[in-house]
Design a protein around this ligand. Structure first.
Ligand code: MG
Ligand code: ZN
Length: 219
């Protein structure tokens, strides 16, 4: 009797993503793919993370953008190694882009890699980069309907950060509704409220990162 064999055919992107993750694993570096719409505060989160983490974890960053190196310049000005990927108009990062950027980072001197994806709520979620974890940043100025409208990104993220929480009184953002929709899509997702501007909630974000780095080291 013939037994049907179902093989998982890996796409070219998935194969490169596995190579990237193996490289990160070999150096004990936790890779985090940070996704959000433009203006949600991705670069501000990286800056705030550098300032809050100072001396606790060794950080490096890759900034993806359609054009300019403005974000990587901001991050590098904080004194951590940073590489800019210009996608030349492309609306997401892919594993091949990450693979070309990784050799420019001192992985042997890093614990954590934050990858700022291109600002876009759609296709970044479709491309595995080789990251260990995905973090979704949603600012309260964008509206609480976003998890329902862009489900894939929220479904595949390990952590949802609700940013600009200091502006909540000026917005009609319903935190409970956004949290409930995100948890419906992904029950395992952790949701934290933060403000990169005031620093509110950043301790919980840092504690989450430190716990994930410690987990990676145990494996
Ligand atoms: Mg940015
Ligand atoms: Zn795209």
């Amino acid at each position: 009797m013939k037994v049907p064999v179902v093989e998982k055919i890996l796409s070219a992107n998935d194969r490169l993503a596995l190579e990237n993750q193996a490289l990160l694993d070999a150096h004990g570096v936790l890779g985090v793919n940070l996704m959000a719409s433009p203006g949600a505060g991705k670069t501000s989160l990286i800056e705030a993370t550098i300032d809050t983490l100072a001396g606790r974890l060794r950080l490096g960053a890759i900034d993806g953008d359609i054009a300019t190196s403005l974000d990587a310049d901001r991050v590098a000005a904080r004194g951590i190694p940073a590489v800019q990927i210009n996608t030349g108009g492309g609306c997401h990062l892919d594993a091949n882009m990450l693979k070309s950027a990784l050799p420019d980072l001192p992985l042997h001197d890093m614990d954590l890699l934050l990858v700022e994806n291109v600002g876009n709520l759609v296709c970044p979620a479709e491309f595995d980069l080789g990251e260990h974890l995905r973090v979704m940043l949603l600012s309260v100025t964008e509206g609480h309907d976003k998890p329902a409208k862009y489900p894939l990104m929220f479904r595949t993220s390990n952590l949802l950060l609700l940013n600009k929480i200091d502006l909540l009184t000026y917005c009609d953002f319903d935190v409970a509704a956004a949290t409930a929709t995100a948890r419906d899509l992904n029950p395992a997702q952790t949701v934290l409220q933060i403000s990169c501007r005031t620093g509110d909630g950043l301790d919980a974000w840092i504690a989450w990162l430190e716990a994930r780095v410690a987990e990676l080291r145990r494996t």
